[in-house]
Design a protein around this ligand. Structure first.
Ligand code: DGL
Length: 285
């Protein structure tokens, strides 16, 4: 079984891509609706909430947990991978946690994560890449740093969309979502100072839900990088190298959706992502 974690519903965009790519695998999704949104919380709190969620998924038998959340990845992934996990019995038993920033940076720079110095021809790439994210993701600077390590001539424009994930999560009406998307794009365009934006990373897993609004307001030539697909590509590669994380392949793979919040509300909210049929259970049931 593979665990997918997000602060709320946003990780369902990643889960949807993963279940489509791996119909034979079982997944457990955990949304921390009791604490969503994470994006404006202090870093230490995000680290602790993410650690607790990963441990919950490990206990449920997920040997691999994908942090389907940029904020949790940007703030907590490295700490959990290098400081927490090695100190726990989970590591000895072969459990692991991976984030979604690394595959996105790989796709944006066309450079494997392991390559951390500029290589030809990427070192001459002069594109302008906009990253839209939560306050905490942008404050972590992780996208800008990791992209520039590999492509030092790329201009990375970082744009906070502080209210957007929360608004998507609350299911607010489209005109308000469009206003928030446009506000973010206007901010990025102002930073670009009239120069073209070649690519846009929707660096929050909630944002693919309003990708059509980003598409409507971004310049037509700006390519949007689809993070759910990028994560699915990356996981496919990872699982081919580490097949033990696939878990038991059953004739009827299972999909369990857990929430720390109200399962009725989470199930209603999930309709925006996947129509009827996704039923959340409370974590303790
Ligand atoms: N979906 C999350 C992300 O990818 C976080 C949204 C939030 O909780 O603020 O950043």
């Amino acid at each position: 079984m593979i665990g997918v974690f997000d602060s709320g519903l946003g990780g369902l965009t990643v889960l949807r891509a993963l279940t489509a790519r791996f119909p034979e695998l079982s997944f457990v999704y955990l949304g921390d609706h009791a604490h969503v949104p994470y994006g404006n919380r202090p870093s230490e709190e995000i680290i602790e909430l993410t650690r607790a969620a990963v441990e919950t998924l490990f206990r449920r038998g997920c040997k691999l947990v994908v942090l389907g959340c940029n904020t949790a990845t940007a703030v907590a992934a490295r700490r959990l991978q290098t400081t927490w996990l090695p100190e726990t019995p989970w590591r000895a038993e072969g459990y692991n946690v991976v984030g979604i920033v690394a595959p996105t940076v790989e796709a944006a720079t066309q450079t494997p994560w392991a390559v951390t110095t500029p290589q030809y021809p990427q070192k001459f790439l002069t594109d302008r890449i906009a990253v839209f994210g939560t306050t905490r993701t942008i404050a972590s600077n992780v996208y800008a740093e990791e992209i520039r390590k590999r492509c030092p001539k790329v201009t990375v424009i970082q744009q906070v969309c502080s209210e957007l994930a929360g608004a998507i999560e609350r299911g607010v009406a489209e005109p308000e979502l469009e206003r928030l998307v446009k506000e973010g794009i206007d901010g990025a365009m102002a930073q670009a100072n009239g120069e073209p934006l070649h690519r846009a990373i929707l660096g929050c897993t909630h944002f693919p839900l309003v990708e059509y609004l980003f598409r409507r307001h971004l310049p037509p030539a700006t390519r949007i990088l689809s993070q759910p697909e990028i994560v699915a590509d990356s996981l496919e590669d990872y699982l081919s190298r580490h097949p033990r994380f696939k878990g038991e392949i059953r004739p009827q793979p299972s999909l369990v959706l857990l929430t720390t919040g109200d399962p009725e509300e989470a199930s209603t909210g999930a309709r925006v992502f996947a129509g009827e049929g996704l039923r959340f259970q409370h974590l303790d049931t």
